[in-house]
Design a protein around this ligand. Structure first.
Ligand SMILES: *[C@@H]1O[C@H](CO)[C@@H](O)[C@H](O)[C@H]1NC(C)=O
Ligand SMILES: *[C@@H]1O[C@H](CO)[C@@H](O)[C@H](O)[C@H]1NC(C)=O
Ligand SMILES: *[C@@H]1O[C@H](CO)[C@@H](O)[C@H](O)[C@H]1NC(C)=O
Ligand SMILES: *[C@@H]1O[C@H](CO)[C@@H](O)[C@H](O)[C@H]1NC(C)=O
Ligand SMILES: CC(=O)N[C@H]1CO[C@H](CO)[C@@H](O)[C@@H]1O
Length: 446
């Protein structure tokens, strides 16, 4: 014990400590109490925080996740019942799409011939919000309001007319109305397109047509002309095997109508992007594995003429189709490409997809007699949350139609939501009927 005593006495005799102690004891009492109180509070706070971290399991989770690399999991197969339940409107959308008879994918995606009640309600809502004289076009004073009503009513199809679909329809109607009422020439142009193709999804630079109906052959031929490497649209010829068909299912241009690209089933469809200016097909989007059961769908092919590969036309074709798909209630659009397909990977990211992973050695391809090569597949996806709250949709909208149009779009949607004639009309029971799709029906709204 003597060594201890000598250490303590040494410390006490230390001149620096002596000074410290003396300056401390010379402080007024209140200051000393204040300092002691402050120290006690500080120590208690730290102790409480540490206690909460330990008792709350934070350290345990950090340990599990970071040290053991173990994500919280459970072996209980029934634990799935504890996951959060999907929004009611998604369940509605799913039920409606699953009810028989099932609507084919292409009919679901395209516009329908407007239901009369919905058309009238859209008309009323436009007049009510903007007055009958908004956006007057010489010679066609009704162009804006008619365009709006036709646009909105054409999008309210078999699906439950819930807020997502209504929002989408109003937005589509707004853009369509602006396009129709830009000038007398545009009135005439969109009127003509409407008469020929009421099923079209209409944008500014392109409109989307299904690979079906009377015009199917002409559309397929137009697509082949754009992608077979021959001189086209005022451009020189090119090597289509390399520039278009590399990494695709194979050169389809020689197969003509026989190609599986142009076949359509209940759960797959090919949609053509037609350039508004020239009325030439500039590319296609093919969707497969439509699964309303899981609210998922796969973009299996996106093939454009090389000169339209990075164009606004391609972006608009994607915008028009994806907007409709998400408005119907889908939650996931996936696409995949060969790991070596640099262009394909860049395209997916450019269009807003997120890279999910690479499945190594997932396919074998025959490249000759008894010769096989291996294929690694990259998967990408875009989710409804990326599209809506994630801002992908708004970003593309602004990019395509400009900031002013975006502001108008937001304002219009809000105003219409306030006083919603369309919703009332639908609730009255007549809306959501027109499931038959455009084209066949002769009754047309003026
Ligand atoms: C669901 O959660 C509750 C509360 O956390 C728990 O008591 C129950 O065992 C869970 N059910 C399943 C099937 O895991
Ligand atoms: C397209 O859909 C039909 C069902 O309607 C199916 O039989 C066919 O296999 C599908 N084709 C592809 C390529 O998925
Ligand atoms: C979707 O759900 C059905 C059953 O409802 C299932 O058979 C199918 O494999 C699921 N996945 C996809 C991608 O379709
Ligand atoms: C809906 O029905 C109610 C009465 O049933 C009627 O007063 C109202 O005008 C109808 N609304 C529309 C838009 O048809
Ligand atoms: C017209 C309408 O709003 N329909 C349904 C859309 O989804 C919501 C949310 O589930 C329902 O409450 C609506 O009735």
């Amino acid at each position: 014990m003597t060594s201890n005593d000598s250490v303590i006495s040494q410390i006490l005799e230390n001149p620096i400590l002596g000074k410290l102690v003396s300056s401390f004891t010379s402080l007024p009492r209140q200051h000393v109490y204040g300092m002691i109180g402050g120290t006690v509070v500080f120590v208690l706070t730290i102790a409480t925080v540490i206690y909460l971290l330990v008792a709350g399991g934070t350290f345990k989770r950090i340990h599990e996740q970071e040290v053991l690399k173990k994500v919280p999991q459970t072996a209980n197969p029934k634990a799935i019942v504890n996951r959060s339940i999907l929004l009611e409107d998604l369940a509605d959308a799913r039920a409606k799409m699953l009810s028989s008879p099932r609507t084919s994918l292409s009919k679901k995606l395209m516009s329908v011939t407007p239901d009369e009640t919905v058309y009238k309600a859209s008309y009323e809502s436009f007049v009510q919000n903007f007055g009958p004289s908004s956006n007057l076009v010489p010679g066609s004073p009704q162009a804006a309001v008619e365009g709006y009503s036709r646009g909105v009513a054409g999008q309210i199809s078999f699906a439950p007319p819930n807020d997502t679909l209504l929002d989408y329809a109003r937005s589509y109607g707004g853009v369509y109305s602006s396009l129709c009422s830009a000038n007398p020439k545009s009135c005439e142009k969109y009127e003509k397109l409407w008469a020929a193709h009421p099923e079209a999804l209409v944008g500014n630079g392109v409109h989307i047509l299904p690979c079906a109906g009377k015009t199917k052959d002409a559309l397929v031929r137009s697509f082949i002309a754009a992608t077979d490497g021959s001189p086209w649209n005022g451009e020189a010829g090119y090597d289509s095997t390399q520039k278009v068909w590399a990494f695709k299912k194979g050169d389809q241009s020689g197969l003509g109508l026989e190609s599986p690209l142009f076949r359509e089933g209940n759960d797959n469809a090919t949609l053509f992007a037609v350039e508004a200016k020239t009325e030439k097909v500039v590319g296609l989007l093919r969707f497969e594995d439509d699964s309303p059961e899981n609210l998922t769908i796969r973009l299996s092919d996106i093939i454009f003429a090389p000169s339209f590969e990075q164009s606004a036309h391609q972006v608009e074709a994607v915008f028009l189709t994806f907007s409709k798909i998400f408005a119907l209630g889908y939650r996931r659009i996936s696409c995949s490409c060969d790991d070596g397909d640099v262009e394909g990977k860049k395209r997916a990211e450019r269009l807003g997809f997120t890279f999910e992973g690479t499945a190594l050695k997932s396919e074998l391809i025959e490249v000759g007699k008894d010769a096989l090569v291996s294929r690694n597949i990259c998967t990408f996806a875009i989710l409804n949350s990326d599209w809506n709250t994630g801002g992908a949709r708004n970003h593309l909208f602004k990019k395509l139609y400009g900031a002013a149009a975006f502001k108008k779009d937001t304002a219009q949607k809000a105003e219409y939501a306030e006083q919603d004639w369309i919703k009332v009309a639908i609730k009255n029971g007549s809306g959501g009927g027109g499931g038959g799709g455009g084209g066949d029906e002769s009754k047309k709204m003026k």
